[in-house]
Design a protein around this ligand. Structure first.
Ligand code: SF4
Length: 468
């Protein structure tokens, strides 16, 4: 499904390079391939070993990094960021990397995820005299590093990281070091690769492929990597208790050509579709998927069910970005602009429509009606994940609990609301097993089950239940 019409948005993507003469250019291409993770703002900060300087702005990678802007970005190390704003809101000042200059040196930060204790820490820091430049939770780390009593930079970073709770993949760059940190649950994906002698870090491995980077490994939960002229060292700054990679990365967010924890995203989605065909056998003439993220699951469903897969829905890729339209009514109009049903495929047919998830239900209702208007005699909606009943506190904008259609409605009530002939969700067990795993170990399933891997702080709860 299209992120901007679904009401389900990833918050960020990060990319970093150490030890390459074209560090900024590599970061540009890396960020471009991570653009699906955030389209509201982007930035790159480079280091030439003496100073840090950056370019950032609100817009897409191709809009912000003009040829003139790229000429400014000279250096052998760089970190970059693409942002979708939720916690802290949008605005130029919140576009990352954040860059801080002080007498003791400069520091640049890029963050993917969301801290659940940011408000408490911010309050604490402000009472100690800190003045925040942004309303984003990312800045908290910079203040914690500055205020840490340790003399050595690495110790200050470790000490600061140990105070954070929630989801974070951080790139922290000084004039002479790149540090890479992942939260103790490993909620967000982050991988390490190399290009000759240079090291590269990215939110998704698809960003490696585009610049010819060789994948080395994933960053471990609670790990701090330090890359400098001496090479690469790894330390654990926190003990990882329960590994909890975000399940929605597999279901919906990541690109199908990315691998997360050794599992290819397309294959995972295809397996989810295959399991769905076993859990929800339907007599139908064609299977179609909602582009783009549901295509893999639809192919899997069709293969396992023995029903032909057809392109019953097409996406118009060149329509303006609907995410800048704030109201729900406008978003619904956006769906019509972005998707069309293929009459020649669905007319007179019983259609299985595969989608990856249902958030508010309004988009599903519109797609069912698109298919019926194009002549489908029956539309059976099958969803390759369980109902999303709870908000995400870790950087995915799933909407508030009140906006989530499955939070207080039964499957039958949702079916009726979206106008489908039948509606089936993949079981929790089926989804986890589709990844080749038994039981629930290793994944965050919070938005499905309401059981979160971290403590959720009262001020965070208040924010998520009141906004919207
Ligand atoms: S609550 Fe859901 S969206 Fe958020 S990190 Fe967990 S699985 Fe991902």
């Amino acid at each position: 499904m299209l992120a901007e019409i679904k009401g389900l948005n990833e918050e960020c993507g990060i990319f970093g390079v150490w030890g390459h003469p074209d560090a900024a250019q590599l970061t540009y291409y890396g960020l471009h391939s991570l653009q699906h993770r955030g389209q509201e703002g982007t930035g790159i900060v480079v280091s030439d070993g003496k100073t840090l300087k950056g370019v950032k702005g609100e817009g897409l990678v191709t809009e912000i990094f003009t040829a003139d802007a790229m000429k400014e970005l000279t250096g052998t190390a760089a970190i970059g960021h693409v942002r979708y704003a939720t916690a802290g809101g949008g605005g130029y000042e919140n576009v990352q990397p954040l860059l801080f200059h002080s007498q003791s040196g400069s520091l640049a930060l890029a963050h993917n995820g969301n801290l659940v204790n940011a408000n408490s820490l911010k309050h604490q820091l402000e009472t100690q005299g800190s003045i925040f430049q942004t309303s984003s939770d990312t800045e908290v780390l910079a203040h914690l590093i500055r205020r840490s009593g340790f003399a050595n930079m690495n110790d200050r970073v470790k000490n600061a990281l140990s105070m954070l709770k929630g989801a974070y993949a951080y790139l922290i760059m000084t004039e002479n070091e790149l540090m890479v940190a992942l939260d103790p649950h490993g909620l967000r994906p982050l991988s390490l690769g190399c290009l000759g002698d240079a090291y590269v870090v990215a939110s998704e491995t698809c960003a490696f492929d585009v610049v010819g980077v060789e994948y080395i490994r994933d960053i471990m939960p609670g790990e701090l990597l330090i890359i400098n002229e001496k090479g690469l060292t790894s330390e654990q700054f926190a003990v990882s208790s329960t590994k909890a990679m975000c399940m929605m990365e597999y279901v919906y967010f990541s690109r199908p050509d990315s691998n997360i924890q050794g599992i290819n995203v397309h294959t995972a989605r295809k397996n989810m579709g295959k399991r769905l065909a076993v859990e929800a056998p339907i007599e139908a003439d064609v299977v179609t998927g909602v582009p783009d993220s549901s295509i893999s699951a639809a192919i899997g469903y069709a293969e396992a069910a023995g029903i032909p897969y057809e392109m019953g829905l097409v996406k118009n890729k060149y329509v303006g970005r609907t995410f800048i339209q704030p109201s729900q009514a406008l978003r619904e109009q956006g769906v019509k602009m972005k998707l069309s049903a293929v009459r020649g495929v669905v007319e007179g047919k019983r259609v299985v429509m595969v989608d990856d998830s249902i958030v508010r239900g309004t988009t599903s209702r519109r797609i069912v009606s698109l298919l019926k208007d194009a002549g489908a005699t029956e539309v059976h909606v099958v969803i390759s994940s369980p109902p999303i009943k709870n908000p995400c506190f870790y950087g995915i904008d799933t909407a508030t609990k009140e906006e989530l259609i499955a939070s207080d409605k039964s499957v039958e009530e949702i079916r009726e609301l979206i106008g489908a002939d039948s509606l089936t969700f993949l079981s929790l067990d089926g989804m986890v097993k589709a990844l080749g795993q038994d039981g629930n170990g290793g994944f965050c399933l919070g938005c499905f089950t309401g059981n979160y891997p971290t403590e959720i702080y009262p001020d965070t709860l208040q924010y998520y239940y009141q906004r919207g």
